[in-house]
Ligand binder design. Structure first.
Ligand SMILES: C[S@@+](CC[C@H](N)C(=O)[O-])C[C@H]1O[C@@H](n2cnc3c(N)ncnc32)[C@H](O)[C@@H]1O
Length: 341
């Protein structure tokens, strides 16, 4: 199968179906050169990793929290001997992962957030409200499942989770319906939950989105602690990048994009007068640690969206590391939603 911009992903291990999103824009921002080292924090089907390794005689440290994704990396490890290190782990830990490989700093980091098409399309992973499967949603196959959350969380907390992480206006009604249902029998499957949500929300004629989209997004973000991972991962990338190193982040919804936007904004401008970040006497001056590559986020072209509708909500933000020290990471400042639970 040929996927996006002539990249043949079948060679990346088995029947790969994930089409890399905004690949040419990601490569243009990363500008791989011979001898450089990159972190691909979201290996997935290896679309970015493979393109980076093809672009120059460089190395890639590819991280994914999904053991299935890392198992699929062996084909690329053989194809690029000694140039690919595929590591099972979370990108929030990328500085530790890179350090354990004996590497001090890197020339580029790419993050392509969310789930891969393989995860979404495999009913047994439980991410899809379109296919019957266990209500799982764990990218890393460990820890509490979405079914645990839906069946065990108190109603108020469930409502808050769906409201904040799903940006769902009818969260309280959905939480009430979930609790009424689970009082009769536990909710164990994706379609069971999708049906409960659809009955609360109904479906409008002009709706292009399934009514359960927001509830499923909320559960997925919560189960995988995705927003914490993103904020912490951005901080780790900032510490790990050399001066002139490139950071590229592709987000897929407003909560993710807000974190990426605030991260780059807070690090690409000098602190305003009177800011609480102004240095105390004797502190280092908090100079910008990034120069933005684009003032506004890039979106996929119409052609790309036509060829790959899953790319439609993608937003790409990128910056080049300056020589200034990394800033302290303040999760609240980055717009990480607070859940009182
Ligand atoms: C959208 S896919 C990446 C696709 C990839 N760019 C490609 O071209 O094939 C996202 C991948 O990132 C992984 N992932 C998501 N969050 C992660 C995290 N915090 N740490 C490590 N991997 C993560 C998922 O398991 C999934 O395989």
């Amino acid at each position: 199968m040929m996927a996006g911009r002539g990249v043949d992903l079948t060679a990346a291990g088995g029947p790969a179906r994930h089409i890399p999103v905004m690949l040419s824009e990601v490569l243009a921002a990363l500008e791989p050169k011979d001898g450089e080292v990159f972190v691909d924090g979201t290996f997935g089907a290896g679309g970015y990793t493979r393109a980076i390794l093809d672009a120059a005689r460089c190395q890639v440290i590819a991280i994914d929290r999904d053991p299935d994704a890392i198992a699929g990396a062996s084909v690329l490890e053989e194809r690029f001997p000694g140039r690919l290190h595929a590591i099972l782990g979370c990108f929030a830990d990328m500085d530790g992962i890179v350090e354990r490989l004996g590497i001090e700093a890197v020339d580029g980091v790419a993050l392509d957030l969310g789930v891969s098409s393989m995860q979404l399309d495999q009913a047994e992973r439980g991410f899809s409200f379109m296919q019957e499967g266990p209500l799982d949603m764990r990218m890393g196959k460990e820890g509490p499942t979405a079914a645990d959350v839906v069946n065990l969380l108190p109603e108020r907390e469930l409502a808050q989770l769906v409201a904040v992480l799903g940006e769902e206006k009818r969260a309280r009604a959905i939480a009430r319906a979930i609790v009424a249902h689970r009082d009769e029998q536990p909710i164990l499957s994706t379609l069971e939950l999708a049906d409960i949500v659809a009955r609360v929300l109904g479906r409008k004629h002009d709706d292009t989105k399934h009514p359960a989209t927001r509830t499923f997004q909320a559960l997925r973000l919560y189960v995988n602690r995705e927003l914490d991972e993103l904020a912490t991962g951005l901080g780790a990338a900032e510490r790990l990048l050399k001066a002139d190193g490139r950071l590229v982040v592709v987000t897929f919804h407003s909560l993710e994009d807000r974190i990426a936007k605030r991260f780059f904004a807070s690090r690409s401008t000098p602190p305003p007068r009177g800011s609480r970040h102004l240095p105390e006497k004797g502190d280092a001056v908090l100079a910008p640690s990034f120069r933005l590559l684009n003032r506004r986020p890039l979106s996929p072209s119409k052609d790309e969206i036509r060829a790959n509708p899953r790319a439609r909500s993608a937003r790409l933000r990128a910056g080049v590391r300056t020589a200034a020290p990394a800033h302290a990471l303040d999760l609240a400042d980055l717009g990480l939603p607070r859940l009182a639970m």
